[in-house]
Design a protein around this ligand. Structure first.
Ligand code: AMP
Length: 137
């Protein structure tokens, strides 16, 4: 049983901000920015590509509500909604979750989003073709 399932089962504590029959939102214990909230399904799915569409849709709708609440309740100026899949993407807990992170002007956090360049338009087109192939069938 993963740590989020233990939270769902109330075997370990969490500071819950929202709960319904299939979804839970609680405070991340290691906030990127204070107020950082996690949204999870009560049933464990992982990764997003193996999660039923209706579960992903529901999580996103709850994440949207949490984002609105962070703006209204915390006075956030912006919100990051992030969802990691796989170790290579920085995922630690193998139970699908959306991070909803309130952002404030001058909060000092940077994602170090270092934009790269394609070697050529052809290289970008080649990768686009591979993604299109992945979409087919
Ligand atoms: P990820 O790297 O996307 O798998 O994110 C996992 C997140 O879960 C991290 O931001 C952790 O700080 C958070 N986390 C781990 N254990 C707990 C816990 N017991 N309660 C709340 N958040 C947790």
């Amino acid at each position: 049983m993963n740590i989020f399932e233990k939270i769902v089962n109330r075997e370990i504590p969490a500071t819950i901000v929202y709960e319904d029959s299939d979804t839970l939102a609680f405070m991340d214990i290691g906030p990127v920015i204070k107020g950082h909230t996690l949204v999870i399904p009560k049933t464990c799915y992982d990764p997003v590509t193996e999660t039923p569409d209706e579960v992903v849709a529901k999580l996103m709708l709850v994440a949207k509500r949490i984002a609105a609440a962070q703006i209204k309740g915390l006075g956030a100026d912006g919100v990051n909604i992030i969802q990691n899949n796989g170790k290579a993407a920085g995922q630690v807990v193998p139970h699908i979750h959306f991070h909803v992170i309130p952002r404030f002007e001058g909060d000092g956090h940077h994602w170090n989003w270092a934009a790269k360049k394609y070697d050529s338009p052809a290289e970008m087109e080649k990768l686009a073709g591979q993604i299109r192939e992945g979409l087919a069938g």
